[in-house]
Write a protein that binds this ligand. Structure first.
Ligand code: ADP
Ligand code: MG
Length: 290
């Protein structure tokens, strides 16, 4: 099986420019805070800024980016492992010509996979990763090891938080875990569904005080996302607001946030490893609360 995989791992075509891909992982402490909506709309906004983007659905349990975009994913990453199918066969082109790597039940097994197997998957990813300026990874919520391994593989981490006290407490728990393992990855906090920009900033400041005081570390602010009826509605109609109404205030809000995220310097300890090579390194990171 491994042999078959190797055979099918394709290399970047000659003449194709290799890119310094930036991996942005989007996560949260609690579910339902807007990770997928934000990942999708930020990815589409990056496309509108003429960037090459891959949106990867890495939410093991609730992956639904394909549904939110009205896509029907016919194949999953599992098939790369089992049948030697190439990743290119699995990536689907979504609205706005956004490349989407749908969620897969294989993701749930990643932590249990042999490193050699993961390496093959890593090679397959490496061969596509370089084609993109940005890989946006929509992760699951919470502090499971699988989520953490993806986060630690990213160049920037975006934590989405709402004003729900449980969301704030859980966001802090995620930040604490990240900072304990790696202080170098920029952690950006995006308050979502805020009644006002002031409320968003207040929420950020609240979290920042805790991070400064107890973790002796810092988090980055790029502005907040307001509650937009258009975003809520676009999930139901499966048509992202950035595409349908690029000049609506919701779209402007997303544009502001992603542009600022682009300006945040990426981690300085970046090696040339791809997302899955880093996943292997990080999957063994012990997951502790204190
Ligand atoms: N800024 C926003 N304004 C209004 N509704 C939002 C906003 N962001 C997300 N939502 C809504 O919240 C719900 C959960 O969003 P989703 O992106 O699926 O969250 P997650 O991926 O974190 O579980 C969806 O119905 C979505 O439309
Ligand atoms: Mg989601």
């Amino acid at each position: 099986m491994l042999k078959e995989l190797t055979k099918n791992v394709h290399t970047v075509e000659e003449g194709t420019e290799e890119k310094q891909t930036e991996i942005i992982a989007v996560t949260s402490g609690k579910g339902g805070v807007g990770k997928s909506s934000l990942s999708i709309n930020m990815s589409l906004m990056l496309k509108q800024l003429r960037k090459k983007v891959l949106l990867m659905d890495a939410d093991i349990h609730l992956g639904n980016v394909d549904l939110m975009l009205g896509l029907r994913a016919s194949r999953t990453v599992d098939e790369v492992l089992n049948d030697g199918v190439q990743l290119d066969d699995i990536i689907v082109s979504g609205p706005g010509e956004l490349d989407v790597l749908p969620a897969s039940s294989a993701n749930a097994k990643l932590l249990d996979m042999e490193d050699a197997f993961l390496k093959k998957l890593g090679q397959a990813y490496a061969s596509i990763e370089n084609r993109y300026d940005y890989v946006m990874v929509d992760t699951g919520a919470g502090v499971a090891n699988s989520v953490l391994a993806f986060l630690l593989g990213a160049d920037k981490i975006v934590i989405v938080v709402t004003s729900d006290p449980a969301s704030i407490a859980d966001a802090y728990a995620v930040i604490k875990l990240i900072k304990k393992v790696n202080v170098d990855i920029p952690v950006i906090v995006v308050p979502n569904m805020m009644p006002s920009y002031e409320a968003g900033e207040e929420l950020y400041k609240k979290l920042r005080v805790m991070v400064n005081k107890f973790l002796k570390s810092d988090i980055i602010y790029v502005g907040a996302m307001l509650r937009h009826e258009l975003i809520a509605r676009s999930v139901k109609t499966q048509k992202p607001v950035v595409l349908t109404q690029p000049n609506a205030s919701a779209s402007n809000n997303i544009r502001m946030v992603i542009k600022k995220i682009m300006q945040v310097p990426r981690r300085s300890d970046r090696d040339n490893k791809n997302l899955f090579d880093r996943f292997i390194v990080n999957k063994k990171v012990p997951f502790e609360w204190d």
